[in-house]
Ligand binder design. Structure first.
Ligand code: SAH
Length: 392
């Protein structure tokens, strides 16, 4: 199967960017099926790459390899999986929860594999990895012994590829309702079967650590808390009190259990089930004050068309949080929307500071943890941006 590009549409593939958009295609020779391997050629005939065909997505092919002699077979998948696991070896000494395979950034477009203690959780989000699913599971289980491998291919990205949503046990034992993982000195329960994404926000690992130096004796407000990852870090660092806010009661219940698991059953931790936008406004009316506030909202922009509305949302919560901080307080503010760039996010925070009437210093820039690496040829891989701000 052969794909020939339009004239002058070969730049990004020559720079090893792994996506081929439908608009760049001049001609398709043969009738590639979903996930099938295709060879991609420039208009002048040059061979550029070999990738997996996605007939329903705007990203019509995702590149497996830029090496002309490399065949796409089970041995190829084994090599890529082995390299991805090797990259995390050191990290796995400090944690039993880690992203083992991060899609394009590990040369396996559409494949996410997270490890939670003895269990692996997989997401197959492209036609290519869907076609090779059995081989991937076989190679994964032969490279690393897991008690069980579970599938959570139930995210929105499958729909863009025209794939049905699916979850369930793939190999070995089904996971228990909660799996306990360790991260440095902290422990967390993860709900593999029903939690968000594959169960836990592994990408915030380093930022949980970054929070700790600011928490001793502090009153901390943890917005969009999920199961309390930042809350446990704050308590471990000696926070005086912590309030978690999330719309999900199930997530808050698990945050309470995580506090117990870490020996903080008696600590001052309150859970508020509610909308952060409303809760922050109420707190402002009540003239509440905090020393540290964390804002880690869900992806506000799912597509480029939503960036403007997303920016308004980010600005609103940042204004409110700045107004709730005591002078000199710290704001940990994040955006995980890939469509909101770092410079745009920083501008939104700057606009929020103006509207809040506060002088704000950026103390540190934050990003996703090292098991979510960013390939230089695939800058889209940098999706999590954060700022530690000192709010005067
Ligand atoms: N900070 C968390 C991850 C946050 S994910 C961690 O480190 O683990 C985003 C969370 O925001 C989800 O738990 C979701 O339930 C919650 N959420 C989404 N919209 C919300 C809203 N408007 N108000 C409160 N919580 C919301």
């Amino acid at each position: 199967m052969k794909i020939i590009l339009k004239n002058k549409r070969d730049d990004s593939l020559r720079r090893h960017h792994p996506w081929l958009f439908s608009g760049a295609i001049h001609k398709i020779e043969g009738q590639p099926q979903a996930g099938e391997t295709v060879d991609i050629h420039a208009a002048n005939g040059d061979w550029l790459a070999r990738g997996a065909w996605s007939p329903h997505s705007q990203i019509r092919a995702r590149v497996w390899t830029f090496a002309p002699d490399e065949a796409i077979d089970e041995a190829f998948l084994q090599r890529r999986l082995r390299a991805a696991l090797a990259l995390r070896e050191q990290l796995l000494e400090r944690t039993s929860a880690c992203r083992l395979v991060n899609s394009e950034s590990d040369g396996l477009p559409g494949l996410i594999i997270d490890r939670y203690d003895d269990f692996a959780v997989c997401q197959f989000t492209s036609c290519g990895v869907e076609l090779w699913r059995e081989a991937i599971i076989r190679q994964l289980t032969s490279l690393a012994p897991f008690t069980g491998v579970y599938e959570r291919s139930d995210g929105k990205s499958r729909e863009k590829e025209g794939l049905p949503l699916r979850s369930g046990a793939l190999a070995g034992a089904a996971p228990p309702d909660l799996v306990a993982v360790r991260e440095d000195d902290s422990h967390f329960y993860v709900d593999i079967k029903n939690g968000h994404k594959t169960g836990f926000y592994l990408d915030q690992r380093d930022n949980r650590t970054a929070l700790m130096p600011y928490c001793e004796g502090a009153e901390v407000l943890n917005c969009f808390s999920y199961t309390g990852g930042f809350a446990i870090a704050a308590l471990r660092a000696g926070a005086k009190s912590i309030i978690n806010v999330d719309t999900s009661q199930a997530a808050l219940d698990l945050a309470a259990r995580n506090a117990e698991l870490n020996g903080f059953a008696g600590a001052s931790m309150d859970n508020i089930a509610g909308d952060v936008f409303k809760v922050l406004r109420q707190m402002r009316e009540q003239k509440r004050q905090f020393d540290v506030i964390i804002l880690d909202p869900p992806k506000f922009a799912e597509a480029a068309a939503q960036v403007k509305a997303a920016a308004r949302g980010y600005k609103d919560i940042n204004i409110l949080a700045m107004q709730l901080l005591r002078p000199g307080g710290r704001l940990f503010t994040f955006s995980c929307s890939g469509h909101v760039s770092q410079p745009l996010f920083q501008k939104i925070v700057a606009d929020a500071a103006l509207d809040a009437g506060r002088d704000v210093y950026i103390i540190k820039h934050l990003a996703q943890a090292e098991d979510h690496p960013i390939l230089t040829s695939f800058p889209e891989g940098w999706y999590l941006k954060g700022l530690i701000c000192k709010v005067m």
